[in-house]
Write a protein that binds this ligand. Structure first.
Ligand code: FE
Length: 337
């Protein structure tokens, strides 16, 4: 496998375009550790060489746009339906024609026009300080704006696509006006100006800076699996609460992939994505980052199972992308930094 790290706006190292061996060129916004072992297994099973370029989601998308028809990209792997939708809107994708993907991936976790597919699933829920919050007082995202949580919530900034997608789901359920009201309530209840990533919110609860954090579950899973005493202290004192279990279910999202509009190796790209939804690949891919498989028949890791089962909001995730711009504006108007 060849690796190229994409760090700047310049084209770094042209991908080898050997006509001899079958190959597939992957642009990935995921950490190498999450994806490389899987790609190596794909190479071993199929003999198709994978050329991997790793970078940030936005940078890779811009790169595909500027490369245009000359782009070597076959597959773009990224997180969040919001980002996948951006790739679709940018016109750098093409229809993924595969009965395997269509039948293996639940309908809500792929684009209705098959412009992108989900490959792993994550939930965004509430975590609380066990010694300061009675979980009986927790219930829903909507409940977080209650006065009892004033100055007690930690959540990251509105520039983060995870929050944009959560707000996009609320817009779908409650409409824009009510969601803006909710966002104002969230801002009023924040313990501090949004700073850091999801893990930082969990750590802030453990440190007593706030009593409630909103985080994707896999960040908590990573802490659960960590040997570091400071991480163990977080999971010992901060617990997960599955929100909205008595109504629509907890907000979920995906990591996923698109096939590039000008993919030089379309068939190999399809083969790679089909490989990634096999039971074994699903179990591995989900487990390595403590996510959930999108394929129900794949096994779930012990760490993930320890969080318990939950009801997920059964929303077609393409809605998250469609409502993204409105979500950004809603949070902006609400003063969510
Ligand atoms: Fe993440």
């Amino acid at each position: 496998m060849t690796f190229t790290r994409y760090l700047t706006g310049a084209l770094v190292g042209a991908l080898s375009m050997s006509a001899m061996a079958a190959e597939v060129n992957v642009y990935s916004a995921r950490q190498d550790a999450l994806i490389v072992p899987l790609l190596e297994q794909f190479e071993a099973e199929t003999g198709i060489e994978v050329n991997l370029i790793t970078g940030k989601a936005g940078g890779l998308l811009s790169r595909m746009q500027s490369e245009g028809a000359a782009s070597p990209a076959d597959v773009l792997i990224t997180v969040d339906a919001g980002n996948l939708h951006r790739a679709k809107e940018a016109g750098v994708v093409q229809t993924i024609q595969s009965d395997v993907l269509q039948s293996r991936i639940p309908e809500t976790l792929r684009d209705p026009e098959m412009q992108w597919v989900g490959l792993t699933k994550r939930a965004r829920t509430v975590f609380y300080a066990e010694d300061r919050v009675d979980p009986a007082n927790l219930s829903t995202y909507e409940n977080l704006v209650d006065d009892q949580w004033k100055g007690r919530i930690c959540i990251r900034s509105s520039s983060n696509v995870y929050n944009q997608s959560l707000v996009a789901s609320l817009i779908e359920v409650h409409g824009e006006e009510a969601t803006e009201e909710w966002a104002r309530g969230m801002v009023a209840n924040m313990a501090r100006k949004p700073t850091g990533g999801d893990t930082d919110q969990l750590r802030a609860v453990a440190a007593g800076q706030c009593d409630i954090a909103v985080s994707n579950t896999y960040y908590y899973g990573r802490l659960l699996d960590s040997d570091k005493p400071e991480d163990q202290q977080v999971v010992d004192t901060v617990k997960a609460f599955w929100v909205n279990q008595d109504d629509r279910g907890t907000h979920i999202n995906i990591s996923g992939a698109v096939i590039a509009k000008h993919a030089p190796n379309y068939d190999e790209a399809i083969q790679l994505l089909e490989f990634m939804v096999s039971d074994d690949a699903q179990a591995y891919y989900a487990e390595i980052n403590h996510e959930f498989p999108v394929v129900d028949t794949a096994t779930v890791s012990d760490t993930i199972q320890s969080l318990g089962t939950y009801k997920a909001h059964d929303l077609n995730l393409s809605i998250l992308g469609e409502n993204n711009k409105r979500a950004v504006m809603v949070m902006d108007r609400a003063g969510w930094q």
